[in-house]
Write a protein that binds this ligand. Sequence first.
Ligand code: UDP
Length: 421
Amino acid sequence: MIEKIILSKKNIKDYKSVAGAGVINQLKKNAKSLKGKRIIHINSTPRGGGVAEILNNLVPLERSLGINASWFSFKAPKRFFKITKKIHNALQGEKINLSVSEKKFYLNINKKLAKELNKIPADLFIIHDPQPLAIILSFNNKPMVARIHLDLSAPNKKVFSLILPILRQYRKIIISLKEFIPKGINKSKVSIIPPAIDPLDAKHVDISKKKARKILSKFGVNFDKPLISQVSRFDPWKDPLGVIDAYYLAKKKIPDLQLILLGLFLEQDDPQAKVIFEKVKKKAKGNSDIFLFSNPKILKDKKISNNTFVNAVQRGSDLILQKSIKEGFGLTATEAMWKSKTVIGGTAYGLKLQIQNNKTGFIVKNSQEAAQKIVKLLNDKSLRRKIGQQAHLSVKKKYLITRLLNDHLKLYKTLIDADDS
Ligand code: UDP
């Protein structure tokens, strides 16, 4: 079931130019006692979504510092991912009932996973999100950390009561912000570590807006007309339908406005995406200024990679939307802010942490407010530029991978050193 993910090589030295020599020295110092330690990350999809994005960047950098870090994902029947998407949605607050047989199935697959993972020697396991969370129930006393990337601010009580006793077994629980501290978990067990982006990743290569627009024009996007975008899985929490509502309202004032919704079906753990995409398609139907991207084949045919295309959409747009209702931490918003874009975000806790309203972007309560902001900002280039510059600086200060890496090293040290002594 489990599969080891093959990673690209990254060199920590390359990050000196963006993070500064002091940060790199600090990282090296903190990694010293961790050299050779076997740290294993486990999640439920090798590609697509924020967790895979983070691991793709974090694990090679841990390796570059001499840590024997690796990343495993796993295959499971479709039914498993249907159940875990229900758990995911319930933990973000949806009213959901899990049947006894669904719970059993979830626990059973986790038991099988644990059996395989138990054979792998490790100093520390980091389990990402609820899908493989229950493996700890069949684990032989190894130090384990749970990393929950979801918005846990108001979980559905019934499903949370299934997850809580499992969470309690973990040595530490990492969440993205304090509002997500799970009720019933001792605060001393919780580490608050917000995610981050890798500025040197292919997704962020510095290309001009013109070049970005050229790439987009291959798919019919008009080179000169105004363009707004949301880059996100087709997921109810990301509110793609609300984005289309905002777009239609704004289009009354800006008739040539174009919209891109980009959410390629890359991940195996999100069976809901196709259902939501159909709803989006229905709502967008007939409008030749709305561009929906879900099928990875469309890019493959034109020999354009996912990373190149995400970069082109983020850099080629005049404005970026991230209208999420719930969001643990929206990497896409930070990615766009790094590119000095003005982001209009929803009221999700994660986004409110990432975007300082009126300073590094905007937070809107509903589609009407989003439409007003779209119109105002598209008519005010200098405001967009000012906000974009402030957004870039805030990412540089708080949300680069070197900061995330350092937070992880510090946590590993407390766990592994404690175990060694
Ligand atoms: N993403 C991508 N291709 C797509 C849509 C999204 O590569 O078609 C990436 C996006 O750039 C970001 C990640 O998927 O790095 C999504 O992370 P985020 O935290 O925003 O949301 P999640 O999917 O984890 O809820």
